[in-house]
Write a protein that binds this ligand. Structure first.
Ligand SMILES: Nc1ncnc2c1ncn2[C@@H]1O[C@H](COP(=O)(O)OP(=O)(O)OP(=O)(O)O)[C@@H](O)[C@H]1O
Length: 118
């Protein structure tokens, strides 16, 4: 049980590192905070909240994996190498894919409500 708690602590340390050092993660967190505010304003349905939480988790999770790949790549290949660059590019593309699909889900949820404001 002590090991499990320690392992949870390590994961929180990793998350803290990602959020404190990665500008993209901070931007995603800021957007997520705005989406929470908008969701509260528009009184979203339960399934819409579930979708938003899932999308936000995907984006922040992908960002954490991207940070892990970047860190490992810098350790293994501090000098320029095409494969190191490819690893970083592919990891970054995972964040892009998750962000685009989260933005798409957000549009489906919020666009009709935003249109109704006018
Ligand atoms: N060791 C390397 N060898 C070859 N190309 C590299 C190397 N390190 C970085 N690159 C290239 O530079 C790009 C940016 O790498 P960098 O480590 O600066 O990531 P970053 O800009 O901090 O990414 P993020 O914005 O996701 O944090 C990589 O996607 C890759 O194309």
């Amino acid at each position: 049980m002590k090991d499990r708690i320690a392992s949870f602590g390590h994961a929180l340390t990793g998350l803290k590192y990602t959020l404190l050092t990665q500008p993209n993660a901070q931007i995603h967190l800021a957007i997520f905070t705005c989406v929470l505010g908008a969701g509260w304003h528009f009184s979203l349905e339960r399934w819409e909240w579930a979708l938003i939480l899932l999308a936000a988790g995907l984006v922040i999770g992908a960002e954490a994996m991207n940070t892990a790949v970047e860190t490992l790549t810098d350790l293994v290949s501090p000098e320029f190498h095409p494969l190191a660059g490819r690893a970083k590019d592919v990891a970054a593309s995972a964040v892009l894919i998750c962000s685009l699909s989260a933005a798409g889900a957000g549009l489906f949820i919020f666009w009709p409500r935003i249109i109704n404001l006018f």
